[in-house]
Design a binder for this molecule. Structure first.
Ligand SMILES: [Zn+2]
Length: 240
């Protein structure tokens, strides 16, 4: 089951809608890949400006806080860079402009592995009813990966700026209803929790112990039957 994350790949990218999405979905995996020497880049599609119950904080203030929290989480994990596309939170759509933005980052950072959100609305209740930004971010990331990042005639302005086409080797989709790839994150739970704890505005009132417990519970369940104490799961699609 321990898969190919250390074959001859050296670079990865995670595309998500909001600051903290990647921490909840794949931070154990990201910590592991960073530890293996991967250059990892996060691409945050929205500015996170709606994620609060606090009526005394403006969207602009919240966006600045969430930027800083994500940068700090990136430092804990050992990311190469966090890219903020800054689309308005909760209004994300899989537009051509978003696809172009993500294509640009793929061509710039040349990931072997691209991790993204599941682009379809799953109504089995396991994940509630889903967040529209997650669906849009997943859709745009997949469309940027194929075919936009590959084809030099798509978004010719990128090529004109020196960004050559790039083929991603594997796509790993988070929260897929039928995962086929499990990553053993047993040795990276602590780092993962440390990263989540940087998102102070989102976990107000939760102690480290509570966050740690929640993370371990979810990852323990995913490791059952896989010979892993704690796992994160994905649908891995090999790009041909
Ligand atoms: Zn989110």
């Amino acid at each position: 089951m321990e898969s190919k994350e250390n074959k001859d790949f050296t670079r990865g990218m995670v595309v998500v809608a909001h600051a903290d999405d990647a921490e909840y979905g794949c931070s154990g995996t990201v910590a592991k890949l960073c530890n293996l020497g991967f250059e990892m880049v996060y691409v945050m599609c929205t500015d996170g400006s709606k994620g609060t119950n606090n009526r005394n904080i403006s969207q602009k203030e919240l966006a600045a806080i969430r930027h800083a929290e994500q940068v700090n989480a990136g430092k804990v994990l050992g990311l190469k860079e966090v890219v903020f596309l800054d689309y308005e939170d909760s209004m994300l759509e899989p537009t051509i402009a978003l696809r172009r933005n993500i294509t640009q980052e793929i061509r710039r950072h040349k990931p072997d592995i691209l991790i993204c959100q599941y682009p379809l609305r799953t109504l089995d209740g396991k994940w509630g009813i889903g967040h529209p930004d997650h669906l849009a971010a997943g859709e745009a990331a997949l469309s940027a990966t194929f075919p936009s990042a590959r084809d030099h005639l798509t978004f010719p302005e990128l090529l004109a700026n020196g960004l050559e086409p790039h083929k991603v080797s594997e796509v790993w989709i988070m929260s897929h209803p039928v995962p086929n790839h499990w990553v053993d994150v047993t040795n990276h739970i602590e780092t993962s929790v440390d990263a989540i704890l940087q998102h102070t505005s989102q976990i107000e009132g939760s102690s480290r112990e509570e966050v740690d417990k929640r993370m371990r519970e979810g990852r323990k369940e995913k490791g059952i039957g896989k010979g892993m104490q704690y796992a994160e799961e994905f649908r891995l699609i090999t790009m041909r």
